[in-house]
Design a protein around this ligand. Structure first.
Ligand SMILES: Cc1ncc(COP(=O)(O)O)c(C=O)c1O
Length: 381
C-alpha cells in the first residue's frame, strides 16, 4: 500500500541526523535542545507521590484546576497579565501541541500566517497541515536578526490570519523589545490578525531583561495565543507538558481542537507541577542557572576564532565561523562532529530556502564539564 504524502518534502530532521552522528562518533552533543542533567529530585518525588495516590486516570480536558490556578497567579505576578483559570487557560502536551492546536483552530484553507525565519521547525508544518500558507519574513545576521516591521507590514494581505512569534527566540537567542511590541500593535491595529506567541524560554532570559510577551501589551492581549511549556523551565522536556493562555473566545475554539488531538495531558505530572510551582524560586532560579552557563561557555570560547553576540535568552548560543572557513554551515556541522567531536546545528535548516549565515548553534544546556571540553576542541580550530 502507498499513500500520497501530505508532507512530501519532510524527511529526517537535522536534530535526528546530528544526534545520531554524535552517538555514532562519540561527539559531545551540543546540537539538540535538551539538558544532559536531571530535573529536581523533588519533582520526581511529587510525580511518584501522585502516581501512588492513584492520580493515574484522565485529567480534565483543559487540565487540572490547581495547575491552571498557579499558572494564572504566576502570569499575573510576573507580567501583570490576567487569565481566568476556568476558561482562558488550557494544559496541553507540550508547546508543540499548543501551536498545532492553535493553527488547527484558526486556519481556513488559504489563510496566511507570517513566519519569521529562522523558525522553529514545527511552525510551517502546523500551518500547512491545517490548510494555511506560511509567508516568510527573513531575518539575517546582517541585521542582527532584528525585525524590520515595515517589511512585516508589506507582507500583510487580506488573507493574513496570524503572525507567529517566538520570544526568547530559538535559534537566535533574541528577545522582543517594547519597541517591537509597539510596532506590532501598529501593524495589526484595525485588523483581525491573531498572534501566536511561542514563549517556551520565558524564564531563560539574561542580563536583567524582562520577558515581554505580546500578551503584556494592552492592545495585543485580546488577539494572542500565548503558548508555553514546562519542559525547558524544569529540565523535563521528555514529559511533554505545556499550556495555552488566551482570552475566553479564543480558548473556546482552542479547546475544540485540543480535545481531538490529545484530549488531556498526563495527570500525575500536572499535580506535581502544581505543587512545585508554589515555590516561585523553582522557576525563577533557572535564569541565573543558564546565565552562568552561557557566560562560562562564552568565556571558554574566548581563545577561539569564532565571533559571537551573547544570547539574550534561550539556551542556545550562535557563533559565526566566518573567520575560519567559508564552507556551508550544514557540511561544516557534519564535518566537525566527525573530526573534532562536537555536534552543533547549522542554522540554515531553520530557513525554508536554507539561507546560510555561516553560523552554527550550540546548546549550552549541558553539564559544565562537557561545555568546557567542547569549547577546548573548538578553540583548536
Ligand atoms: C522555540 C521552541 N518552541 C517549542 C519547543 C517544543 O516545546 P515542547 O517540548 O513543550 O513541545 C521547542 C523545543 O525545542 C522550542 O525550541
Amino acid at each position: 500500500m502507498t499513500i500520497t504524502s501530505k508532507q512530501p518534502n519532510v524527511g529526517t530532521t537535522i536534530f535526528t541526523v546530528m544526534s545520531q552522528l554524535a552517538a555514532e562518533t562519540g561527539a559531545f552533543n551540543l546540537s539538540q535542545g535538551f539538558p544532559n542533567y536531571n530535573c529536581s529530585p523533588k519533582l520526581i518525588e511529587l510525580v511518584n507521590h501522585y502516581m501512588q495516590k492513584g492520580m493515574n486516570q484522565y485529567a480534565p480536558m483543559a487540565g487540572i484546576m490547581p495547575l491552571r490556578e498557579i499558572l494564572a497567579q504566576k502570569t499575573a505576578d510576573l507580567y501583570h497579565i490576567h487569565y481566568h483559570p476556568n476558561d482562558e487557560i488550557t494544559i496541553v502536551s507540550g508547546c508543540t501541541e499548543a501551536i498545532y492546536a492553535t493553527m488547527a483552530a484558526i486556519l481556513h484553507k488559504g489563510d496566511e500566517v507570517i513566519v519569521f525565519e529562522p523558525a522553529y521547525d514545527s511552525y510551517v508544518p502546523s500551518i500547512e497541515l491545517n490548510g494555511g500558507k506560511p509567508v516568510f519574513v527573513t531575518l539575517t545576521a546582517e541585521n542582527d536578526f532584528s525585525i524590520d516591521w515595515s517589511v512585516v507590514k508589506s507582507k500583510i494581505t487580506k488573507h493574513t490570519k496570524a503572525i507567529m512569534l517566538t520570544t526568547p527566540h530559538n535559534p537566535t537567542g533574541k528577545c522582543l523589545t517594547q519597541e517591537d511590541l509597539a510596532q506590532l500593535a501598529e501593524v495589526v491595529r484595525d485588523t483581525d490578525i491573531l498572534i501566536v506567541s511561542d514563549e517556551v524560554y520565558e524564564h531563560i532570559i539574561f542580563d536583567n531583561r524582562l520577558h515581554l510577551s505580546p500578551a503584556s501589551h494592552p492592545e495585543l492581549k485580546q488577539r494572542t495565543f500565548l503558548c508555553g511549556s514546562f519542559g525547558k523551565t524544569f529540565h523535563t522536556t521528555g514529559w511533554k507538558l505545556g499550556y495555552c493562555l488566551a482570552p475566553v473566545e479564543l480558548t473556546a475554539e482552542f479547546r475544540k481542537t485540543h480535545q481531538w488531538i490529545t484530549f488531556a495531558s498526563p495527570t500525575p505530572m500536572q499535580y506535581a507541577f502544581a505543587d512545585f510551582m508554589k515555590e516561585p524560586d523553582n522557576y525563577l532560579s533557572v535564569r541565573n542557572f543558564y546565565e552562568e552557563k552561557r557566560n562560562k561557555f562564552i568565556n571558554w570560547l574566548k581563545g577561539s576564532r569564532f565571533t559571537l553576540t551573547p544570547a539574550e535568552g534561550s539556551f542556545f548560543q550562535m557563533v559565526s565561523y566566518n573567520q575560519i572557513t567559508d564552507e556551508s554551515d550544514y557540511e561544516l556541522a557534519v564535518r566537525w562532529t566527525k573530526e573534532i567531536g562536537v555536534a552543533s546545528i547549522p542554522i540554515s535548516v531553520f530557513y525554508h530556502e536554507k539561507y546560510d549565515n555561516k553560523i552554527l548553534r550550540f546548546c549550552f544546556a549541558k553539564d559544565d564539564e562537557m561545555l568546557e571540553k567542547a569549547a577546548e576542541r573548538l578553540c583548536r580550530l
